[in-house]
Design a protein around this ligand. Structure first.
Ligand SMILES: Nc1nc2c(ncn2[C@@H]2O[C@H](COP(=O)(O)OP(=O)(O)OP(=O)(O)O)[C@@H](O)[C@H]2O)c(=O)[nH]1
Length: 213
């Protein structure tokens, strides 16, 4: 598959251990459920080119360990992320209660303009649910987050979650709210756009046909 893309966005996947972060990433990239997922040691990486409103966007995704003992390592990956998936497990109130801490880390350590999607995972385990959709939805609203429930097992809403985050970033670039050229924006131009910008810089459009000077 061609690796040609217009933008590259750096994404983080954060949240408590066992929430299903690695399984979500695996489902997104491989289109299948990761059997026997072990705890992530430090950070893992994946990437995929997606179509966002007709534009090819490469998502460079860093899947971080949820375990406390890796916190100092994972924190060093937050810088310069354009988007984040903040994951909890709908069958574990403990992972939901930890969201505020994860959110504080994301907002202080990553780019201040980071786009965050709250993800309630394990939607397939309805009978074991401990956190209602309404409750999490309210939390998302209060904290200006987008919100979706997913199942890494069935694949429900997994791709939609990444696309939702990418779409929001792209909209902000197009409206001028996000500047891809700002250091640490977590956004890079792909080859075609980079060439165009370089050319514009080399050949500034100074001569105007209607100009008498
Ligand atoms: N039923 C169900 N189980 C899931 C789902 N997603 C993950 N799991 C299970 O939850 C457990 C933890 O999943 P992981 O993806 O390893 O969790 P993690 O958030 O990456 O954990 P850390 O790497 O320790 O931070 C595994 O046993 C998975 O099989 C899901 O959507 N549904």
């Amino acid at each position: 598959m061609s690796e040609s893309y217009e933008f590259l966005f750096k994404f983080l996947v954060i949240g408590s251990a066992g929430a299903g972060k690695s399984c979500i990433l695996h489902q997104f990239i491989e289109n299948k459920f990761k059997q026997d997922s072990n705890h992530t040691i430090g950070v893992e990486f994946g990437s995929k080119v997606v179509n966002v409103g007709g534009k090819a966007v490469k998502l460079q995704i860093w899947d971080t360990a949820g375990q406390e003992r890796f916190r100092s390592v994972t924190r060093s990956y937050y810088r310069g992320a354009a988007g984040a998936l903040l994951v909890y497990d709908i069958t574990s109130r403990e992972t939901y209660n930890a969201l505020t801490n994860w959110l504080t880390d994301a907002r202080t350590l990553a780019s201040p303009n980071i786009v965050i999607v709250l993800v309630g995972n394990k939607k397939d385990l309805e009978a074991e649910r401990e956190v209602t959709f309404m409750e999490a939805s309210r939390f998302a609203q209060e904290n200006e987050l987008m919100f979706l429930e997913t199942s890494a097992l069935t694949g429900e809403n997994v791709e939609e979650t990444f696309l939702k985050c990418a779409r929001s970033i792209l909209t902000k670039i197009e409206s001028g709210e996000l500047d891809p050229e700002r250091m640490g924006s977590g956004i890079q131009y792909g080859d075609a756009l980079r060439r165009m910008h370089r050319q514009e810089k080399l050949q500034p459009r100074t001569s105007r046909p209607d100009c008498a000077c």
